[in-house]
Design a protein around this ligand. Structure first.
Ligand code: MD3
Ligand code: FE
Length: 221
């Protein structure tokens, strides 16, 4: 058989179904779900970061976060000494947060649908940048107006160990490894679970370099 014939057959292979791992009653990992969207995602990300660069923010307790943040969409999540809040404007530039690119919105909606949440309409995308050593301590996401909508999280670059806890800080957490291209959808009864990210290990990712980038899509208002 000639290589050309083989290629023709390869093209007619059915697409693999997305790999889905249930980690909670209403939470699941969609392995590699973002990979087909990667190029347009990274192009759109560059434009966002040109207007709203990554910066480290200070918590109400006075600690500088190891994770650097940016946002896009109508609402951006911020923290400073006075508290956590969603704002329309980037406090660093005074400009509105960059619009959510269509490809971001479409990907988040497709992932939510795949996980069983119809008609997810995110109005906020927090963009977290982890360099090796950066981490996110156990916390709950409680700054949104309603907990009815799910949260969609896209992992890119270096791998991470995600901590998926219970409803009290002291509850035992499950460790979930997350890789480049994975999407996690959290909703319903799991929406208020404690969660965090262990310190990122040293490494080099062929596409993203020495960093992990996470997009967290939410309906804030
Ligand atoms: C699980 N970010 O920004 S993904 C955050 O990987 C945050 O950057 C992590 O936690 C990261 O707040 C984790 C998102 C996530 C968001 C909300 C959740 C996971 C969740 C709510 C309940 C359970
Ligand atoms: Fe969180």
């Amino acid at each position: 058989m000639s290589p050309i014939t083989l290629d023709l057959f390869a093209d007619t292979e059915p697409e693999q179904p997305p790999k889905r791992l249930q980690i909670g009653e209403q939470s699941c990992v969609l392995r590699g779900f973002a990979l087909p969207w990667l190029d347009p995602l990274l192009i759109a990300l560059e434009a966002i970061l040109a207007a709203a660069p990554f910066r480290q923010m200070v918590t109400p307790g006075g600690f500088t976060m190891s994770v650097a943040l940016s946002s896009c969409g109508t609402w951006g999540w911020t923290t400073d000494r006075s508290g956590y809040q969603y704002t329309r404007d980037d406090p660093q530039t005074g400009n509105p947060w960059p619009e959510m690119p269509e490809v971001f919105f479409e990907l988040a909606q497709a992932a939510a649908r795949e996980a069983g949440f119809a008609a997810f309409v995110p109005d906020s995308c927090l963009i977290n940048r982890y360099v090796p050593g950066a981490k996110m301590s156990l916390h709950q996401d409680k700054d949104e107006n309603s907990y009815a909508a799910p949260i969609v999280s896209v992992s890119l670059g270096l791998p991470a160990t995600f901590l998926f806890g219970g409803f009290e800080r002291g509850d035992k957490s499950q460790r979930v490894p997350l890789f480049h291209g994975d999407i996690v959808v959290w909703g319903g009864v799991d929406r208020l679970r404690y969660h965090g990210v262990l310190p990122i290990k040293d490494g080099h990712h062929p596409r993203l370099g020495e960093q992990r980038i996470n997009f967290t899509f939410r309906t804030a208002r």
